[in-house]
Write a protein that binds this ligand. Structure first.
Ligand code: ADP
Length: 321
């Protein structure tokens, strides 16, 4: 109630601090784990490597929203599982838009009641308070908090099959370095071997993406340099013989398509020796993107946000012999 009145009177302010997204999700899941275990539900969390960052954000408020979502998911699920996911969906300037979602295999919510759940004192139907208790306030506070963070909140649900509650918020990223951990399914020693010590040029204008890609490359055992546009990439390639180039397609001044055409032209007329693998990085996985990249002279294509496993597979493909 206090939160709601503070929000409504414009008195609630976010307390921004540096916060690890993975720790935040783990803490909430650990706190609510016993409740799920009591009902024999499995509570699973997955923080995608693209969301494995330290961000400047109001960690307590993010936790509050997740606690509300996960608490409800446990409450309204009799058998099965509750899964929590954090991933990045896109860049917004120098901020990264993170998406958090909580899915359950519970009772679900009828389509005609879904929108209203985010209004104060609303429950899916009159019997809910009788059967499950609750005030119907939690989700409306979540919505207001998410809006205060300039984000969006929503739900997908099918009666009898379960619900997914999600929210997306743009966050300022402090770093991605400390938080990158090897995927459990891979043995870094074995799979990193062929590409260790390769020297890679990253042509990318977005600072967050630069951080991501360079950290991923370091994690794969490569060394790298960064160019912020096509002109810088050309100059760097003329100076140094890189083993591979990761080329963002959209960059200011000279874009990736123009740069790769120029590199291929110089390779053809002998200004540059040999053929260097150039992998396009594109913001959207649109149909036709791949063809467009290949036609311009790229050797392959990766869609952003990059996943460690996809990048590693690409490096192995082009650097392993
Ligand atoms: P409450 O305190 O009543 O749980 P909320 O605002 O958090 O308040 O939720 C409002 C209503 O939305 C709940 O009473 C329930 O009817 C519905 N609801 C929320 N989450 C779920 C879910 N995961 N599955 C089914 N119904 C849900």
């Amino acid at each position: 109630m206090l939160d709601l009145s503070k929000i409504e009177t414009g008195k609630l302010e976010l307390d921004l601090q540096e916060c690890s997204i993975e720790s935040l999700v783990q803490e909430v899941v650990e706190a609510l784990g016993p409740g799920a275990a009591q009902k024999n539900l499995s509570l699973i969390a997955h923080v995608d490597s693209t969301a494995n960052v330290t961000a400047r954000c109001d960690g307590n408020r993010l936790r509050q929203i997740l606690v509300n979502f996960i608490g409800n998911a446990i409450k309204f699920t009799a058998t099965g599982s509750v899964s929590v996911r954090a991933e990045s969906v896109r860049h917004e300037g120098q901020r990264l838009r993170l998406r958090f979602s909580v899915s359950d295999t519970g009772i679900g919510i009828p389509a005609d009641r879904q929108d209203r759940l985010f209004c104060p004192f609303t429950q899916a139907d009159c019997s809910t308070a009788r059967n499950y208790g609750g005030s119907g306030l939690g989700l409306s506070i979540c919505k207001q908090l998410v809006e205060l963070m300039q984000g969006e909140i929503g739900i997908h649900s099918q009666i009898g099959h379960g619900s997914t509650f999600w929210f997306e918020v743009p966050l300022e990223i402090v770093n991605v370095a400390a938080s990158l951990t090897p995927p459990l399914s891979e043995s870094p020693a074995r799979s990193a071997k062929p590409i260790v010590s390769s020297h890679v040029l990253v042509a990318e204008d977005n600072r967050i993406n630069q951080m991501f890609v360079t950290e991923l490359l370091k994690y794969c055992g490569c060394t790298c340099e960064v160019a912020s546009n096509g002109d810088e990439a050309l100059a760097a390639i003329q100076r140094h013989d890189y083993d591979l180039v990761l080329m963002d397609c959209q960059m200011p001044d000279m874009d990736g398509f123009t740069a790769v055409r120029e590199i291929r032209r110089r390779e053809a007329n002998g200004q540059l020796i040999g053929h260097r693998p150039i992998i396009a990085l594109t913001a959207h996985a649109l149909a036709g993107d791949r063809e467009h990249c290949l036609a311009a002279g790229m050797d392959d294509y990766l869609a952003k946000p990059l996943e460690a496993s996809q990048l590693r597979a690409m490096l192995t493909k082009f650097l392993s012999n």
